[in-house]
Design a protein around this ligand. Structure first.
Ligand SMILES: [Mg+2]
Length: 91
C-alpha cells in the first residue's frame, strides 16, 4: 500500500527533477527485468527481480502523479477510457 503522505515526503526530499530522473531509471530497470524474463525464462531469480522492479515502478508512477499534480479523478478517467478502448479492440 502506497501512502500519499509518504509519496509527498519522497518528492519533497529528492525534489521534482530528481524524482523524475529516478523514475526514468526505475522504469528502465523494469524494462530490463522483463527482457531477462523473456531471454532466460521465468526462473525464481528472474521472477524475484521482476517483482522487485514492478514494485519500484509502481512507486514511481505514484511519484510522477504527485510531481505533475495529476488528480486521481483525472487519471482514473483516462485509465477507464484506455481500458474501454482495449476491451473494444479485443472483442
Ligand atoms: Mg529498481
Amino acid at each position: 500500500m502506497i501512502k500519499t503522505a509518504d509519496i509527498k515526503k519522497l518528492n519533497e526530499h529528492y525534489g521534482a527533477d530528481m524524482s523524475v530522473v529516478m523514475c526514468i531509471e526505475e522504469l528502465s530497470e523494469l524494462t530490463k527485468a522483463l527482457t531477462k524474463c523473456l531471454r532466460y525464462g521465468e526462473t525464481a531469480s528472474t521472477f524475484e527481480h521482476l517483482v522487485e522492479e514492478l514494485a519500484d515502478a509502481t512507486i514511481c508512477l505514484a511519484l510522477l502523479q504527485d510531481v505533475f499534480a495529476i488528480k486521481d479523478e483525472i487519471l482514473d478517467n483516462e485509465i477507464t477510457l484506455k481500458m474501454d478502448r482495449n476491451m473494444r479492440r479485443i472483442s
